[in-house]
Design a protein around this ligand. Structure first.
Ligand code: DGT
Ligand code: CA
Ligand code: CA
Ligand code: ZN
Length: 600
């Protein structure tokens, strides 16, 4: 069981308990634990296996949950979960997948209206029954109608990249223990760093395909063997995820990597380019096309066993055979990358190592799980040069948002911490005085300019009134962009992958306003958000807008997601120079000063 599996199980338990009307504390205990586990890098299995460490040392895990984790690690299931699942009909889970429908609302729909499927729900909305329920209303009903389609879309059941990555890492570690494995890599959408992953593709270089495939079949996490051929097999693994394994020989490993990394669109374009070179590419290598007497060439005639491959050991060889440099997997979507490569214009994509600071994070002052000092200690260990503490402003009452006085107190603490950091001369870390202000429903921000003026860094985000019409939402965001103290717009579209669509916003107008004023836009690296998405981030770059990649960490584990934000930026074709927090602290200050709105 991976951390993601266990987190998913705890979330499900919390949902069912809440559905059954269990007390808030018990429900919250499972949710908090799921959150903590979901954002951990180190596997629970490793901690459990280490005699010197205790699961109860993890924040939010007491003796009861630690015992449950042990059972899950040992058996892959939990009596409590099975009991709870049996007590609740399956359609309840289906209904809870509709964005905006939590356990409590689903319970009302089921008990008051007898809703037992998404179709029932749709009909109940159409006949206006849903809006009459306590706590629903006509707006909620309209939103449910809009979101049913979202819940029905099978694309929304794909795993997040970070969830798939946890499985891939576990799988690579396990398969590497097979002595017949010479080289191994993940491929497909996982390797391209897509936001979500449909199935996992693994490629192995080996002279003994059968042994490698058997090794996968006897993986304790393999639940079903779906298909088993001479060199390929498909199984179901953790969380019902399909895993496709291909085994190839060393001389074809690069060609197979290229083929199974895809995307399909990229492959189609690369293959048609090969034809112009009188070549053909398949998953075994690059071959010369045979010419027929009538001048037609054909790839049917190519038999890899008889034809000598011109390239295929490495991806670089294969691309070189058709006159191209190696193309980073994140760009292989058939959106013009082959032409860029041909012209020597491939971007030099940003890397994790380019990142110098993190400019969006929370502490226990609002909804974070770690104190300011814990956050700064962790940031220091991670080698960051600066961080901005950006707790919520007062509008976010749920998170005990900061009013002006509490914020000024926190900034006083930051001044003191910076002074003591400056004394320790081995620490290059500087803490910036920041805030995540909220764009109010009626317009304006939730803290006055006199306060914001004193901040080093201001993130402005929209958390409330997300179902307002396009014009109103766009106007609120542009107003925030035009505020001269706002540095960056946080998670600009508000979408949560698989959970909640973006709010209706004119993103072009937002990008235009950001470019005009010199306001930055965020790629929020949280794997549920990845907001801006790759298309918007690319458009922002084209318009001259600088991007900030931020973790929005709510705990020290939260820093880990930076790599997800980097992948998203790479998919958008962004380079280090496009990213604000690749700058040194002085560079960052310069950038802030040079913005048109700072000079106005
Ligand atoms: P996914 O699994 O839906 O997240 O997306 P992918 O891209 O991993 O797709 P998948 O697993 O069906 O196939 C892996 C790669 O294999 C794909 O990106 C390109 C290659 N491939 C699969 N089927 C075809 C095909 O029919 N034609 C070509 N040219 N390539 C294919
Ligand atoms: Ca795949
Ligand atoms: Ca596949
Ligand atoms: Zn935040």
């Amino acid at each position: 069981m991976t951390n993601a599996d266990i987190a998913a199980i705890f979330t499900q338990i919390a949902d069912i308990l809440e559905y059954q009307g269990e007390g808030i504390f018990r429900v919250r205990a499972y949710r908090t634990a799921a959150h903590a586990i979901g954002s951990m890098v180190e596997s629970l299995a490793d901690i459990q296996a280490d005699v010197n460490r205790f699961l109860t040392d993890i924040e939010g895990i007491g003796t009861d949950l630690a015992a449950k984790i042990k059972v899950l690690l040992a058996t892959g299931t939990l009596p409590l979960l099975e009991e709870l699942q049996a007590a609740v009909p399956a359609y309840v889970f289906e209904l809870m997948r509709v964005p905006g429908l939590g356990p409590k609302k689903v319970k009302l729909l089921v008990e008051e209206l007898g809703v037992a499927s998404l179709d029932d729900l749709e009909r109940a909305c159409q006949t206006g029954k849903v809006q009459l329920l306590k706590g629903f209303g006509s707006k909620t009903q309209a939103k449910i109608v809009a979101n049913i389609a979202f819940a029905k879309n099978p694309a929304h059941s794909r795993l997040l990249w970070s969830e798939a990555d946890a499985i891939v890492q576990q799988l690579l570690t396990y398969l590497s223990t097979c002595s017949e494995v010479l080289q191994i890599s993940g491929a497909g959408s996982w390797r391209r760093g897509q936001e979500t992953v449909g199935d996992i593709d693994i490629l192995v270089d080996s002279n003994n395909a059968q042994t490698v495939m058997n090794h996968l079949h006897s993986w304790p996490e393999t639940t079903t063997v779906l298909l088993s051929g001479d060199t390929k097999t498909s199984v179901r693994g953790p969380r019902g995820m399909q895993i496709d394994l291909r085994v190839v020989k060393t001389e074809s490993f690069g060609a197979a990597m290229q083929y199974f990394t895809g995307s399909k669109e990229h492959n189609v374009r690369l293959r048609s380019r090969a034809r112009e070179y009188g070549l053909t590419i398949n998953e075994y290598g690059v071959y010369r096309l045979t010419n027929h007497e009538d001048g037609e060439s054909s790839e049917v005639a190519i038999d890899p066993s008889k034809n000598c491959s011109l390239a295929g050991r490495t991806e670089a060889d294969l691309y070189a055979a058709v006159g191209l440099p190696w193309i980073p997997p994140e760009l292989r979507e058939g959106r013009g990358e082959i032409l860029l490569a041909h012209n020597g214009q491939l971007p030099h994509l940003v890397e994790l190592a380019d990142i110098c600071g993190d400019l969006h994070m929370h502490t226990t002052a609002t909804d974070g799980e770690n104190t300011l000092e814990e956050m700064l200690r962790c940031a220091r260990q991670r080698g960051l040069n600066y961080i901005a503490i950006t707790d919520h402003g007062q509008r976010v009452t749920m998170a005990h948002g900061l009013n002006a006085q509490r914020l000024l107190d926190q900034w006083g603490e930051i001044d003191r911490l910076n002074e003591s950091l400056a004394v320790e001369n081995d620490s290059p870390l500087v803490i910036l005085k920041g805030i995540e202000v909220d764009m109010l429903e009626k317009g304006g921000l939730d803290l006055p300019d006199e306060v914001l003026e004193q901040a080093d860094w201001v993130v402005a985000s929209l958390h409330y009134g997300q179902s307002q019409p396009r014009q109103q939402i766009t106007a609120r965001i542009i107003e925030a962009i035009e505020n001269r103290f706002v540095s960056v717009i946080g998670h600009p579209t508000g979408r949560l992958i698989n959970r909640r669509p973006a709010y209706d916003v004119d993103i072009e107008a937002v990008i235009e306003a950001a470019a005009r004023t010199g306001t930055f836009l965020e790629i929020n690296a949280n794997p549920w958000r990845l907001d801006l998405n790759e298309y918007h981030a690319f458009a922002a770059k084209q318009a001259g807008v600088k991007i900030v990649i931020s973790t929005d960490a709510h705990s020290t584990h939260g820093f880990e997601v930076m790599r997800c934000g980097i992948l998203q930026a790479r998919r958008a074709g962004l380079e280090a120079k496009d990213i604000v927090n690749t700058r040194s602290l002085n560079g960052l200050r310069q950038l802030l000063q040079d913005r048109p709105k700072a000079k106005a």
